[in-house]
Design a protein around this ligand. Structure first.
Ligand SMILES: Nc1ncnc2c1ncn2[C@@H]1O[C@H](COP(=O)(O)OP(=O)(O)O)[C@@H](O)[C@H]1O
Ligand SMILES: [Mg+2]
Length: 385
């Protein structure tokens, strides 16, 4: 029986797409659980007899390096490798002429990347089994490539698109934490992503979060076993706002229950968490020693936008963090105008929706506010000074 927090619905949906010739682009902020989910979908599909090739594209700065990582992933699967390799060698001999080397990783350097990937995917598609190529951190790779060579990135993305169209029984699952939509808009690459099915991975629901926290406590991953009643859990969920496994884990580790022991916990009883204990754990996470837990949020704004937009996004966040209810669009427009980086309403929409996509803000009527109370307090304390 799979637990509530094991993402059964997402796993089914992804499996369904990938086995019905639909390639997927899974975008979600860091630490929501993309890598975890990708690994599970890999296990699920493999168990059913399909072929999966999975690799992480972060740190790959060239198309060559990207394909190298793909080859390594194939080589790790002996069975798949043998099936693909003979055919691939033969094809490459035809197109490249002469001798080809004895391992996939060596051949990558011998032939131009387009020809190589075309032959590789063609070879994979000859199998009577469905093949899924899973690429983690695809948008980091696209961003790194695009900031060096925009044309090369466009060519590569369109090439991947044509591979998806030509070889329908090889599907792709691309995951990314940096919004690839931001990358695409910044570099004018939107068209290349048209055929991908977007899949947004949301943080946990309250029920899933509770199941996850209980699992952490019961499996000894927190400092102690603990009991949380419904009211206290609701308080925790409301304050946290963004129920991603990472923050639940961090918060859980800081919980020091002081409530009266319950009858649970193997006779010894486990202490009950009180509202004050939850607040103390939040306070702990906001201490300077825990800043690193939030660095991904800072870095994303800092690194992945043109300077002018970074300044605007910072101004929006600095304004919205002042209170739990956030701010109105009119106020945000005025703030931006005042700091000399004014935008019209439409451009503000682009900025706020990008912050909403990446999990920073959510909209309630005409106000934009921080989705996570914890992140809001962090931003107020450290960023908005
Ligand atoms: N559904 C889940 N059940 C249990 N643990 C999870 C789940 N999703 C994520 N995690 C854990 O949460 C942490 C962050 O997840 P990860 O997959 O690395 O996020 P991402 O790839 O989105 O940055 C990891 O420690 C991971 O094992
Ligand atoms: Mg990941």
């Amino acid at each position: 029986m799979s637990a509530l927090h094991h993402r059964p619905r997402e796993r089914m949906d992804l499996k369904h797409y990938l086995l019905s010739e639909v390639s997927v682009l899974m975008l979600a902020p860091r630490r929501v659980g993309k890598t975890w989910l990708m690994e599970r979908v890999d296990d699920d599909l493999t168990r059913e007899g399909h072929l999966c090739v999975r690799f992480d594209a972060s740190g790959k700065g060239t198309e060559q390096a990207f394909l190298g990582a793909l080859c390594n992933a194939i080589e790790k699967q002996k069975h798949l490798h043998e099936a693909v390799f003979d055919h691939l060698k033969q094809r490459l001999r035809q197109v490249a002429g002469g001798d080809v080397k004895d391992s996939l990783s060596q051949i990558v350097g011998q032939v131009d990347p387009k020809t190589f990937s075309e032959c590789l995917v063609e070879s994979l598609s000859r199998s009577d089994r469905k093949t899924v190529i899973m690429v983690d951190e695809f948008s980091l790779f696209a961003l790194a490539l695009a900031s060096k060579d925009q044309d090369a990135t466009r060519t590569l993305l369109y090439h991947l698109r044509s591979l998806q169209q030509s070889y329908r029984n090889v599907t792709w699952l691309l995951a990314g934490s940096v919004g690839l939509d931001v990358v695409a808009r910044r570099f004018g690459l939107g068209g290349a992503l048209l055929d991908l099915q977007p899949f947004g991975l949301a943080p946990f629901t309250e029920a899933e979060a509770r199941s996850y926290l209980t699992h952490l406590a019961d499996s000894g991953q927190l400092t102690r076993r603990l009991a949380i009643d419904d009211t206290v859990f609701e308080h925790l969920a409301r304050e946290l706002g963004w129920l991603a496994p990472y923050y639940l884990q961090r918060l859980g580790r800081e919980l020091r229950p002081t409530g009266r022991p319950t009858g649970q916990g193997g006779g010894t009883g486990c202490a009950t968490v009180t509202v004050a204990d939850v607040d103390a754990a939040f306070a702990k996470l906001l201490e300077p020693s825990h800043r690193v837990c939030f660095s991904a949020w800072e870095e994303h704004i800092d690194k992945n936008f043109p300077d002018e937009d970074t300044r605007r996004l910072e101004a929006i966040l600095n304004t919205c963090c002042q209170g739990p209810d956030g701010e109105t669009e009119n106020t945000l427009l005025a703030v931006l105008a005042r700091q000399g980086s004014g935008v019209d309403r439409r451009a503000l929409k682009d900025l706020t929706s990008s912050l909403a996509n990446d999990g920073y803000l959510s909209r309630a009527e005409d106000r934009w506010r921080f989705r996570s109370g914890l992140l809001r307090r962090y931003w107020l304390e450290y960023m908005s000074a």
